[in-house]
Design a binder for this molecule. Structure first.
Ligand code: F6P
Length: 328
């Protein structure tokens, strides 16, 4: 069997481990593997390279994706999908593994509907892919954001300041919420739940009056009140901490994958090839508790994955921002 593998959408630490696992599991079955460069765009441009054993050596620990990635508006159209399929058939490809986020996995679903055997692997720092507990890259990005929050807290305490920290996640608040819990932030704003900037500022004023040395707010980039708006609001509030704003941005996407993502990439990469070997198609391999599970890609398309309200509530409790504290 001749298999192709591609990475698509925003890169995520651990994608290289997934490419390696896909290739090595396929080699173990005697299959050939082609790497598609730059995601679906590369598929449209027929940019396919044979992957030999050494091509996937020495990449497990490296961030980014050695195959390159892209966002391809052309591929989202049926005409683009048919052309991509034509290029794959001309190259003798019988199966495709797609490593990416929800949009990229929707692309894999479309190709499977056109008759190609496909398997998807969730790879995105956002953790917005439905039907999996974790995507490859999330844990490393979260730890990168956490390290930044810890550092910011040091300087915040020294200067008795508020700091508003914007983290990535597109429409999903997972990174912000988990970063806030792990970083012991005083407040968190996520797209999934209505923000209460006034309540946050009231709590901040009380914290300042009580002599608390810092006030850290983690804001998801997709929150309906932006990090910048909250930062300015705090600075317009008399008798409160002065605020500084930090946008973590793409620093969260880079860096060597941590152990969790390396192991996850190995497990999911192998599972994707096994799914195709079993004759499955149009499936994503993801995590369900301690297990790897196969789910239909139709359950993945149309996300995003919801955020657990209990975890959001926990973040508020741990931060001392419970509703009672806001009562007049
Ligand atoms: O999907 C991953 C992600 O990093 C999002 O968190 C962010 O909104 C987006 O990609 C940024 O995309 P780009 O790198 O194209 O600016």
């Amino acid at each position: 069997m001749r298999l192709a593998v591609l990475t698509s959408g925003g890169d995520a630490p651990g994608m290289n481990g997934a490419i390696r696992a896909v290739a090595r599991t396929a080699f173990a079955r005697g299959w050939e593997v082609l790497g598609v460069r730059n995601g679906y765009q590369g598929l449209l441009e027929n940019d396919l390279v044979p992957l030999r054993d050494r091509a996937v050596g020495g990449i497990l620990h490296r961030g980014g994706t050695v195959l390159g990635t892209a966002r391809s508006p052309e591929f989202t159209k049926p005409e683009g999908q048919r052309r991509a399929l034509g290029n794959l058939s001309a190259a003798g490809v019988e199966g495709l593994v797609v490593i990416g986020g929800e949009g990229s996995l929707t692309g894999a679903l479309r190709l499977s509907e056109l008759g190609l055997r496909t398997a998807g692997i969730p790879g995105t720092i956002d953790n917005d892919v439905p039907a999996t507990d974790m995507a490859i890259g999330v844990d490393t990005a979260l730890n990168t954001a956490l390290e930044a929050i810890d550092r910011i807290k040091d300087t915040a305490s020294s200067h008795q300041r508020a700091h508003v920290v914007e983290v990535m996640g597109r429409h999903c608040g997972y990174l912000a919420l988990m970063g806030a819990i792990a970083g012991g932030a005083e407040a968190v704003l996520v797209p999934e739940f209505t923000p209460d900037p006034q309540g946050i500022v009231e709590s901040l004023v009380r914290s300042y009056a009580k002599g608390k040395p810092h006030f850290i707010v983690v804001v998801a980039e997709g929150a309906s009140v932006s990090a910048e708006e909250l930062h300015e609001y705090i600075n317009r509030t008399p008798g409160a901490f002065e605020s500084r704003l930090t946008v973590l941005g793409h620093v969260q996407r880079g860096g060597n994958p941590l152990a969790y993502d390396r192991i996850l990439s190995g497990r999911l990469g192998a599972a994707a090839v096994e799914a195709l070997a079993d004759g499955d198609s149009g499936v994503m391999v993801g995590t369900a508790g301690r297990n790897v599970a196969r789910v239909p890609l139709s359950e993945v398309a149309g996300g995003p994955r919801p955020l657990d309200p209990q975890v959001y509530s926990l973040a508020r409790t741990l931060a001392g921002l419970s509703p009672d504290e806001h009562a007049p």
